[in-house]
Design a protein around this ligand. Structure first.
Ligand code: ADP
Ligand code: ADP
Length: 220
């Protein structure tokens, strides 16, 4: 089964065509890199997959469900690191994690999650006092709750220092080994090459290539 399938997805914002007839299949178990410059339409694609934005034309499925029919079922099995993520300044890291654990009906241990992303020492501090990198790690830990079948990471390494970026790659590999499909968007080729099996290149709202990382290297 495909983890993600887009079929002729087009999105207009007024006169602007953000996506134009995008066909894309991401197979289960893949680490897929969604590569494209700023403004290419990556976040719009992700927002459509999450049913936050409605496509002008075309259809899409996530984990076998039509994105409109079963968005609740999709959300319970999907972990998301949104690009414009927000934390609640007055809540502690632990409170953030407990909230997601409860709302997903999962049984993860907040301390273990914080440990995995390297913020164990800060778990009982308010997230408003975290650095940007720590906030991003917290949101990543929230995405890992409940062993999701699909992880959608929008520019997850932007704003991280080299250690943070390495940790991100390690976690992506671990999650994939556990069985998760990973959809990883980035505007940096090197970050996609370092961890992905397959890559799709989006430019001006069109998918201009999709291949294995090796295939793209040979073509370049
Ligand atoms: P990126 O292009 O790297 O995804 P942006 O800052 O362009 O980041 O977008 C951040 C958010 O703002 C996204 O959810 C996007 O849908 C929205 N957005 C982007 N451009 C516009 C725009 N021209 N008008 C309104 N919302 C926008
Ligand atoms: P990327 O994530 O690849 O940087 P986006 O999907 O954020 O690209 O944006 C694609 C294009 O659509 C950009 O030109 C952006 O300004 C525009 N856009 C995105 N969201 C909106 C929105 N809500 N309203 C108007 N334009 C938008």
């Amino acid at each position: 089964m495909a983890a993600i399938e887009l079929d002729g997805v087009t999105k207009q914002f007024g006169n602007l065509t953000a996506l134009q007839g995008v066909d894309l299949t991401v197979e289960e178990g893949e680490i897929f890199g969604f590569l494209g410059p700023n403004g290419a339409g990556k976040s719009t694609t992700i927002n459509i997959l999450l049913d936050f934005v409605r496509a002008t034309d075309g259809s899409a499925t996530v984990l076998g469900h039509d994105i409109h029919d079963k968005s609740k079922a999709i959300r319970a099995r999907t972990g998301v690191l949104p690009e414009g993520y927000d934390v609640y300044d007055r809540l502690t890291g632990r409170q953030h994690l407990q909230f997601v654990v409860e709302s997903k009906g999962a049984d993860d241990d907040p301390d273990a999650l914080a440990e995995r992303v390297g913020i164990a020492d800060a778990i009982d501090r308010k997230a408003g006092g975290y650095s940007k990198g720590m906030q991003q790690r917290l949101v990543l830990a929230m995405a890992l709750v409940g062993e999701p079948d699909l992880l959608i990471l929008d520019e997850p390494t932007t704003g991280l220092d080299p250690n943070g970026a390495r940790l991100m790659r390690e976690l992506i590999r671990e999650e994939n080994e556990r069985g998760a499909t990973v959809f990883f968007s980035s505007h940096i080729l090197g970050q996609v090459e370092a961890v992905c099996d397959t890559v799709g290149i989006l430019q001006d709202g069109r998918l201009i290539a999709k291949d294995s990382v090796e295939g793209l290297r040979e073509a370049a």
